[in-house]
Design a protein around this ligand. Structure first.
Ligand code: IMP
Ligand code: MG
Length: 181
């Protein structure tokens, strides 16, 4: 077992806990979409690792696609003005789409994505987010699948970064405030 990174104040969810929860989410999705095929779209880069584990826990025909977005704003705060840096390759028309997100914070990014996807005539759009932060959301986003609730602190690991670091930690933890202050 790898030692906990010195920049991590505490581990919130271990590798084993994450794997178990993602398997449950995959089983739930499999049950909910029986007889259908899915297009799972992950939001780069944070959700790539979650997506890789989630699709392997879904026992249905699944296609994978990716989007990259950036949100304009003052510093670390999401502004809700989202720019598409990379769009999906597949058409969403008539597809059952699941957006795989790493963390729901203000909800502004997901609100933009859901509205954008709904204009493309999919059969359905739902959200699977690994984490939901305990904050008062700025946008009313319905997430059908939520992995874990997490505290309103800066979270890293299992895809989540600070300044592009820590994405490869196998667990999810709270970053020490002195690292980003
Ligand atoms: P929202 O538009 O405020 O919901 O922003 C969500 C995005 O911000 C996520 O997809 C993450 O990329 C990023 N984010 C929000 N909180 C954290 C965090 O605690 N650690 C790492 N990234 C975060
Ligand atoms: Mg993200």
């Amino acid at each position: 077992m790898q030692a906990v990174h010195e920049d991590v104040a505490r581990v919130l969810f271990t590798d084993e806990e994450i794997q178990a929860r993602v398997k449950e989410m995959g089983a739930q999705i499999t049950a909910d979409y029986q007889g259908q095929s899915l297009l799972v779209v992950s939001v780069l880069r944070g959700a790539a690792i979650f997506m890789a584990d989630l699709v392997r826990a879904i026992d249905l025909p699944v296609e994978m696609d990716y989007m990259a977005v950036s949100s304009y704003g003052n510093g670390a705060k999401s502004s809700g003005v989202v720019q598409i840096l990379k769009d999906t390759t597949s058409s969403l028309e008539g597809r059952h789409v699941i957006i795989a997100e790493d963390i729901l914070d203000s909800g502004l990014t997901l609100e933009f994505l859901i509205e954008n996807f709904e204009l493309r005539n999919p059969a359905s759009v739902e959200v699977a987010t690994l984490l939901r932060k305990d904050v008062k959301p700025q946008a009313d986003v319905h997430c059908r699948y939520i992995g874990f609730e997490c505290p309103n602190e800066f979270i890293v690991g299992y895809g989540l970064d600070y300044a592009e670091r820590y994405r490869n930690l196998p667990y999810i933890g709270v970053l020490k405030p002195e690292i980003y202050q």
